[in-house]
Design a protein around this ligand. Structure first.
Ligand code: PNS
Length: 171
């Protein structure tokens, strides 16, 4: 059984990520969408919200799990007995960033391959940072993200709820 990890910040999940998840699933038996918990960076959506929204966007997809991880990716890969890591690249700049990461990960955990998938051209312009910017200024992000993410961002930016779901005035 082949296990693959698709790691990322997913802040938020985009249509580009979703397409890569579907394609990556065809390359393995078990795919773990691994959401980085970065204690130094709060991000737009808190980790649990990020996990929930990814899960909602994916629905019940056999062989796909959504998990949080912190620390080194290789440690998570080891714990999950992963065979390879999947990363999407939208262009040469992404590839240049991915190469040292892949080399380093393989050095730290020999045998851990990184498989790079090319983003579909029609999705190559989509990024989480652009989505965050558009949403921040009240723009429509529905063309770039799955409906579950769109809904979450609308609620967040229309102040219908606080990002961490705490009641107004609460802790
Ligand atoms: O979505 P992103 O921000 O491009 O994802 C980057 C990610 C999470 C894959 C990368 O930052 C990572 O693996 N972080 C965990 C820490 C780690 O293992 N660093 C060494 C990698 S060379």
């Amino acid at each position: 059984m082949k296990t693959a990890i698709f790691p990322g910040s997913f802040d938020p999940l985009t249509n580009g990520h979703l397409d890569l998840i579907k394609r990556a699933r065809r390359l393995c038996d078990r795919l773990i969408v691994a959401v980085l918990v970065n204690p130094d960076k709060s991000g737009l959506l808190p980790t649990q919200k990020r996990l929930d929204v990814i899960q909602r966007a994916l629905g019940n997809r056999e062989g796909v799990e959504v998990k949080a991880f912190s620390g080194l990716l290789v440690d998570f890969a080891k714990a999950e007995q992963a065979d390879f890591v999947i990363r999407g690249v939208r262009g040469v700049q992404d590839l240049e960033n991915e190469m040292p990461m892949a080399w380093t990960n393989e050095k730290l955990l020999p045998g851990l391959e990184t498989v790079v998938l090319l983003t579909r051209p029609e999705l190559a312009g989509v990024s989480s940072s652009l989505v965050r910017q558009i949403a921040h200024f009240g723009g429509d992000v529905s063309a770039f993200v799955p409906p579950a993410v769109d809904e979450t961002l609308l609620r967040l930016y229309n102040k219908l709820e606080k990002p961490d779901d705490t009641p107004e005035g609460g802790e």
